[in-house]
Structure formats: C-alpha cells, structure tokens
Design a protein around this ligand. Structure first.
Ligand code: BDR
Ligand code: CA
Length: 311
C-alpha cells in the first residue's frame, strides 16, 4: 500500500479523487491538506472533512494556502465547481475539526515520521508544497515521490491558451515545486483530457457509495454542464483521480523524462515548458532544472473504467 498525503482544493473532481483515496485498499491516506483554488481554503477544508466523514473515516485535515504566494488571487469562477465546491449540493453538517497545524507543517511532520515512505499527491495550486519546501528544504530527499495533477505539455491550457488551472493559480509555487529536485511526476491535461467519466460510470458510482455517492453524483451533474460547453463532451474529465490512477496503475500511462520551466508572469504565466531529456537546444537554459517525469499518453478508457470500478 502507498502511504499518501493528499493536497487538494475540493472541487468536484477533487471529491471523486478523495473518495478513491478513502476507499482504495492500495492507499493509506495519512492526511489531507487543503488549499484555495476551486474554492476558498475554508470551504476546501470543510469539504475535505465532510468527505472523510461521509466515508466513515476520521482522516486528519490540515488547512493551508489561502492565496497564491506572490501574485494576486483570482476568485474561482463559481460556474465550474459551484460556490460550495460541490456543485451547490445541499451538504450535511461537519462534525470534525481541522488539525491545528498548517498544511506545510503537517506535510513536514508526517514525512519526517516515515522517511522515504510518503508520497505527496497534489491536485490543487501548489502553495502548500512550496511552503513545505521552505520550512524544510531537506524534504526533497525524504519523500518517496511527488505526484502532481497539473500542467500541460502539448495539450494547451484550460485557463489561458497555455496554462492549466493549478499552475496558473499559483505559478510561483508551481515553479518552485516542479524544479525542487524531488522525484516528481506531472499528470497534466495531456492525459486528463483523454479520460471521460461518463454518466454511466457515475450511475455505478452513485449506486455503490451511499450518501457519499449522492454527493458525488449531484456535483458531477453540475460539473458536466461545464464540460459540455467547454469541450463538447458528455461527461467530465476526472483530472484529479488521474493522479491516483498513475500511482496505482502506472501501466496505463506513457511518461517521458525531461526538464520543466514555469514562467511566473507575462502571457506564458503558469505554462509548463518541457525540454525532453537528451534533446539539444541552442539555448541551454531550458535543461538546467532537475529531471522529472511527465505523462504524455494514457489509455483513457481504462483509467475512466478503473475509477468507476474502484468506487
Ligand atoms: C485542475 O483544476 C481544478 O479545477 C481541478 O480540480 C483540477 O485539479 C484541472 O485543471
Ligand atoms: Ca483540484
């Protein structure tokens, strides 16, 4: 099993991924850390606690970044995930409380308690991982690996023509996190846009998950309208679940090694510029960052089926 910390901004597709992290026998969910992104950070924390309770679990949730590190915060457009992050579904009250520590402190403490074992799976803007790096730069040698949903190599962006939302929402944090020199894989739009969670998948998930299933299905119905308009597909891209699919079913993905650069301002703000390993460029600066892996291909049907089968 993989001991993981799940860093998240729930968020409809985050909620689906959280349900997988709570249910999959191959995952030991040590805690969730929350960030602003799809919603403000308080709402993200509320939703993480709620989803854990609905699954009958008591997972620590530590609250983190309320805004980007440097640039001004863009409020998330409520028509994508709903004002409450879960498609404006009426939600039951939450009983638990957040861990008193900051997300970054929680990450540092948890990784320290199990050196070499913990995988960080981050599916929101990367302020918490950047803050953990600041608190303890040696964390890069103590994590097992870092799996990030974000970025786009060839697919283009979903916020700007070149930038994916999690990168665009905190490009400074993204630049620090993607070039920190830890074992890292980027699961971006190149693969998540090839996966579609269909209404038939969601009907199976709803039937199998009780009250949690009702909330996943209701928020999915809301999110689906956005995909119909934006991409013309009948269903939703399960972006954040793809990070967990990569962890548990890497055989379904193709990856390449290379160097990433993230511009933090200007028209290319939040783009993930990828220089493949071994390719010579006349300008050498693109190959100076530490090597990482990026996902370039996926069996999208198999990943989407895996999500529904898991839930
Ligand atoms: C990413 O942005 C968020 O809206 C989703 O939850 C996902 O993490 C996709 O670009
Ligand atoms: Ca997310």
């Amino acid at each position: 099993t993989y001991p993981i910390i799940f860093d998240t901004d729930p968020g409809v597709d985050d909620a689906q991924a959280i349900a997988i992290a709570l249910r999959h026998p191959g995952i030991d969910l040590l805690g969730m850390t929350t960030t602003y992104g799809n919603v403000d950070v308080e709402t993200a924390t509320h939703n993480a606690l709620l989803l854990s309770e609905l699954a009958g679990r008591d997972i620590p949730v530590a609250q983190g970044a309320a805004a980007p590190m440097v640039k001004a915060r863009h409020p998330a457009p409520a028509h994508i995930h709903g004002a409450n992050g879960l498609g404006d579904m009426p939600l039951p009250a939450v009983k638990g409380r957040a861990d008193p520590r900051s997300a970054a402190q929680f990450i540092v403490d948890t990784v320290d308690s199990r050196p070499g074992e913990v995988t960080l799976v981050a599916v929101g803007p990367l302020g918490n991982l950047a803050a953990a790096l600041q608190l303890d730069p040696s964390i890069t040698g103590k994590v097992k690996q870092v799996v990030i949903m974000g970025g786009s190599i060839r697919e283009g962006g979903n916020v700007s023509p070149v930038a994916e939302a999690n990168m665009f929402n905190d490009p400074d944090a993204a630049a620090r996190t993607l070039t920190a020199g830890w074992p890292l894989v980027l699961v971006g739009l190149d693969v998540t846009h090839r996966c579609v969670l269909t209404p038939a998948h969601m009907a199976r998930i709803e039937a199998g998950q009780g009250e949690l299933g009702r909330i996943l299905a209701g928020s999915y119905a809301f999110y689906r309208d956005f995909y119909q308009e934006a991409l013309g597909i009948d269903g939703c891209c399960p972006h954040d679940s793809c990070a967990l699919a990569w962890l548990l079913r890497p055989d379904l993905f193709e990856t390449r090694r290379g160097h990433l650069t993230v511009p933090t301002s200007g028209d290319a703000e939040g783009q993930t510029i990828f220089a493949p390993e071994g390719r010579a460029f006349i300008e050498s600066r693109w190959a100076r960052t530490p090597l990482v892996e990026v996902c370039m291909g996926v069996d999208g049907q198999a990943v989407s089926d895996w999500i529904a089968d898991t839930l």
